[in-house]
Write a protein that binds this ligand. Structure first.
Ligand SMILES: Nc1ncnc2c1ncn2[C@@H]1O[C@H](COP(=O)(O)OP(=O)(O)OP(=O)(O)O)[C@@H](O)[C@H]1O
Ligand SMILES: [Mg+2]
Length: 327
């Protein structure tokens, strides 16, 4: 038995002019969660679809749980499961009907199929909704039933493609708990996400992918250290106040405060929220009017910028994620 869950060399998929996955080398150990982090169009879904044997690579090799994805595709398929980016259960069937159907496909007979389905609904907090059609479920319930559907036969390796995109924080936490429970039972999880905080919460190690290439690998804290901590962005209302504001921030925060090209902007590297709030209070006491302030984690864009020297190709790069703002 191979010690590695996933091992690829030069794995490539090309669509016309797009090198969706452009020669990636991965060595992912068994156990735990491996995060696959990247922006829209980075190649995450394409990569995991090749690993799950749903599409055929154009070049390179990939072994999943020791088996070759092309020559031993059936063996791979019997041990892995994929929860796609878009829901795959039947909307018109109830949660219970969906899971019973899948349990039968996996060889559970009669009452055993019903029992397996009912156990999963219970474990995922969906017992009360068992007899409701899935189209009446909330987004969070949908994701839970999707994940339940992909573990009816407990897989060695589970691919989860953006399992929490579009969910509110509570539903997202529920999905995270489910993933942690699966890992505690020995399943290896490969998780794609666009969110640094999600990878942070769940992943033991992370591969960052951009334009089909792996641009960084490591633990979450290794990646963060490579990009610095968070940042406080402050824009003063009147540009004449900027120098005074800078001195106050330096005094309150005890870090260097950069002045950007924007004559009203100040940026301080910082991830301590309480200190940031004290600094803002000090600015207010000095009667410096603020046009805007924001405190954020390093964004995926900042990670990208630091790792690649170029911004992720997205139009909306002007504001950090998870920021607070005042007008
Ligand atoms: N079937 C296809 N035909 C043509 N191009 C494709 C196809 N699938 C993916 N692509 C292209 O390959 C690139 C990678 O797409 P992919 O879906 O793997 O990205 P992703 O990282 O999963 O993005 P997202 O975060 O938006 O889900 C994109 O440029 C996409 O347009
Ligand atoms: Mg995708």
């Amino acid at each position: 038995m191979s010690a590695l869950a996933i091992e690829t060399h030069g794995l490539t998929k090309v669509y016309g002019d797009t090198r969706a996955v452009d020669g990636i080398d991965l060595s992912i150990a068994r156990g735990g969660v491996h995060g696959f982090l990247g922006p829209n169009g980075a190649g995450k879904t394409t990569a995991i679809r090749m690993l799950a044997t749903l599409i055929r690579p154009d070049a390179g090799t990939a072994r999943v749980l020791g088996r070759d994805v092309i020559h031993e595709a059936d063996a791979v398929r019997s041990q892995v499961s994929l929860t796609g980016q878009f829901a795959s259960v039947d909307e018109d069937l109830t949660g219970l009907e969906n899971l019973v159907l899948i349990a039968r496909l996996y060889g559970y007979r009669g009452a055993a199929a019903t029992r397996r389905a009912a156990d999963l609904l219970e474990a995922f907090g969906l017992a009360d909704a068992a007899d409701r059609p899935v189209k009446k479920y909330s987004g969070g319930m949908r994701r839970r039933v999707d994940i339940a559907a992909s573990i009816v036969a407990t897989p060695e390796l589970l691919f989860l493609d953006e399992p929490t995109t579009g969910l509110d924080p509570r539903a997202r936490n529920e999905v995270w708990d489910i993933i942690r429970a699966l890992v505690a039972h020995g399943t290896t999880v490969m998780l794609t996400t666009q969110y640094l905080d999600e990878a942070d919460q769940l992943a033991d190690r992370i591969s960052v992918i951009d334009s089909g290439k792996i641009i960084a690998e490591g633990t979450s804290s290794e990646l963060k250290h490579s990009v610095g901590a968070g940042a406080l962005h402050v824009r003063v209302m009147h540009r004449d106040d900027r120098e005074a504001a800078r001195r106050i921030l330096v005094r309150e925060l005890d870090v260097t405060v950069d002045t950007a090209n924007d004559p009203q902007l100040l940026v301080a590297a910082l991830d301590d929220r309480s200190r940031a709030m004290r600094a803002l209070t000090a600015l207010e006491e000095a009667r410096i009017d603020l046009a805007q302030f924001a405190l954020g984690q390093p964004t995926l864009d900042e990670v990208f910028l630091a790792l690649t020297g170029h911004e992720a190709e997205r139009p909306d790069t002007d504001r950090p994620e998870g920021t607070e703002e005042a007008a």
